[in-house]
Design a protein around this ligand. Structure first.
Ligand SMILES: [Zn+2]
Length: 110
């Protein structure tokens, strides 16, 4: 699919991907916050598992639970945010910019 500027007819058109960047950033932020909450419950779950095996194991399983919860939350929501942002780019925002006249426009849906 070759893009062309509707104003000047130039083919020097680039995708701006504003929504995608925004979505990935906010998604990661939300994900980390939710991941932190998940980390707490992960730590609790780890502590419960470790409780039966003694205090040393309890520390290790708590940490593992916390790290796992944080990672999963951050990654999952970061990816979801980027996807949502891409959707925004494609359907809502002016996602293309002409390198010659700086005109921004939506991709024509054909
Ligand atoms: Zn142009």
């Amino acid at each position: 699919m070759s893009m062309q500027c509707p104003r000047c007819g130039s083919h020097h058109v680039t995708a701006r991907q504003v929504g995608r960047k925004f979505g990935a950033a906010t998604g990661s932020g939300c994900g980390t916050a939710i991941g932190a909450a998940g980390a707490l419950s992960g730590a609790k779950a780890g502590a419960l598992i470790g409780l039966a095996a003694g205090p040393m194991v309890m520390t290790v399983t708590s940490l593992a639970g916390a790290v796992f919860g944080g990672l999963v939350g951050g990654t999952t929501f970061g990816v979801a945010g980027a996807k949502l942002g891409t959707e925004l780019d494609q359907k809502v925002l002016d996602n293309l910019a002409c390198a010659d006249c700086q005109h921004t426009f939506r991709p024509s849906i054909e």
